[in-house]
Design a protein around this ligand. Structure first.
Ligand code: 5GP
Ligand code: MG
Length: 180
């Protein structure tokens, strides 16, 4: 499939499934080497990172823990307005080596908030492993340590990422066509 339609928009093939799996396996090997002798707790941010997390962890040949969390933001009643919280963090992260697994780091606002919230629980370390990174959109504090692909500032779907909830099941990555 070189071209797909989701809702009203057309997308074209951007990164093939084979290319993705090769890169994800290489990322897994790098993490394995960097964390030799350390136990890792992977925190996968739902919904977008489910497919990336699955492929990544199948390629890591060591004992590890994985847990799935969501980020929610809602308007609180305080004068500061927005309140953010992590949903689903059941296990203690104190003194653990955490790798946060994200689908995409765009402006970096989401991942910065996640790191701030996690740091409050005093883990031994935190790093970020993201499938995609848009350097030209990034305004965050720290660039992710592990990056699958750096991509231009265009909207993408597939491999977990959605357009209005569709497209998450696609095994390849697709980019919005200019002429929609
Ligand atoms: P942030 O700007 O905080 O780094 O990213 C926020 C969220 O925007 C991401 O977690 C992701 O859900 C969404 N996002 C950013 N760029 C894209 C994109 O190109 N495609 C899709 N499907 N979602 C994106
Ligand atoms: Mg996301």
């Amino acid at each position: 499939m070189n071209e797909i339609q989701l809702h009203d928009k057309h997308f074209e093939l951007f990164i093939s499934s084979e290319e993705i799996l090769t890169k994800v396996a290489a990322l897994a090997k790098k993490i394995e080497a960097d964390y030799e002798g350390k136990e890792i707790l992977f925190l996968s941010i739902l919904n977008g990172s489910f497919m990336f997390t699955s492929d990544l962890l199948k390629n890591i040949q060591k004992q590890l823990e994985v847990s799935f969390i969501k980020v929610s933001s809602y308007s609180g009643t305080s004068t500061t307005g927005r309140v953010d919280e992590l949903i689903g963090l059941a296990t203690s992260i104190k003194d653990k080596h955490i790798i946060v697994v994200e689908d995409i780091v765009d402006t970096g606002i989401t991942i910065d908030k996640v790191i701030t919230l996690l740091n409050a629980s005093n883990p031994a370390s935190i790093s970020v492993c993201t499938f995609l990174y848009k350097p030209s959109a990034f305004k965050g504090n720290s660039v992710p340590q592990y990056i699958g692909f750096e991509i231009p500032n265009k909207f993408v779907v597939g491999y977990g990422l959605d357009y209005n909830q569709l497209g998450r099941n696609l095994a390849a990555l697709y980019q919005l066509k200019e002429t929609n």
